[in-house]
Write a protein that binds this ligand. Structure first.
Ligand code: GRF
Length: 230
């Protein structure tokens, strides 16, 4: 199999994206990062990608919501997801109704690295049909704090004495949010009286290790599957 192609979805700072970029540069990850797509035009991760000459694309929900009555947002969100899948598979929003750009590359793996939007069936189904794997980094243990603000919620539960352990995981992306099969779980102890900032710093450090190790595991599975089918 030629070098696997990875596309990374981001929404913000991109520190997890940077961890992958650095690991590819150090050849810890054997893959080519073909594109970074951000759900925000202001994401610093876009600058990180450009600094490493990685093509970027901005795909924002607010462009779909612009001037829409609130009641029309669910339909627009479905279109956002459908267009995102087409952009990744065909290189354009129209899908195979339009021609695919000559230089378009389809990824073998999509990594959600700080991607803050729920990926709907309109996105997941076409990618499943194309057999493109998707993994997500989530800063909590399986089933512990699904959804947003997981780090804050874990810290609060720790300070309230409800839990003594939290963690981060890299899991396969399925329809149910943050509920796919974990590829990798890393635990972290909660420390009484520790500030949220200090806890957050420890979690992000663990994320940067987990996102690299999780990507390696996913790529190994993909490579083995392709070798079997060849
Ligand atoms: C991380 O905690 C990530 O898990 C969450 O967003 C935070 C920032 O990630 N989804 P990054 O620095 O943008 O990679």
């Amino acid at each position: 199999m030629s070098q696997p192609k990875v596309l990374i979805l981001i929404s913000g700072n991109g520190s997890n994206l940077q961890a992958i970029i650095d690991s590819v540069a150090k050849k810890e990850i054997n893959a080519k990062i073909i594109k970074v797509i951000s759900s925000s035009a202001d994401a610093f991760g876009l600058e990180r990608a450009s600094n490493s000459s990685i093509p970027t694309f901005v795909h924002t929900l607010k462009n779909y919501y612009k001037d829409l009555p609130r009641g029309d947002r669910p339909k627009a969100r479905k279109q956002f997801n459908k267009d995102l899948a087409n952009l990744i598979i065909y290189g354009n929003k129209e899908g195979d109704d339009d021609e695919t750009p000559k230089d378009h590359e389809k990824p073998d793996l999509i990594v959600c690295a700080g991607w803050m939007l729920i990926l709907s069936p309109e996105f997941l189904s076409p990618l499943e049909d194309e057999k493109i794997s998707i993994i997500n980094l989530h800063p909590a243990l399986p089933g512990q704090f699904d959804g947003t603000h997981a780090i804050d919620r874990a810290w609060k539960a720790g300070q309230d004495g409800e839990i003594t352990k939290s963690g981060v995981m890299v899991h396969k992306v399925i329809q149910q949010v943050d509920a796919g099969e974990p590829l990798l779980v890393k635990e972290i102890d909660l420390i009484k009286e520790e500030s949220l900032e200090d806890f957050e710093e420890r979690v992000h450090k663990l994320e940067h290790e987990a996102i690299v190790e999780g990507t390696v595991i996913a790529l190994k599975e993909i490579t083995q599957a392709k070798e079997k089918s060849d």
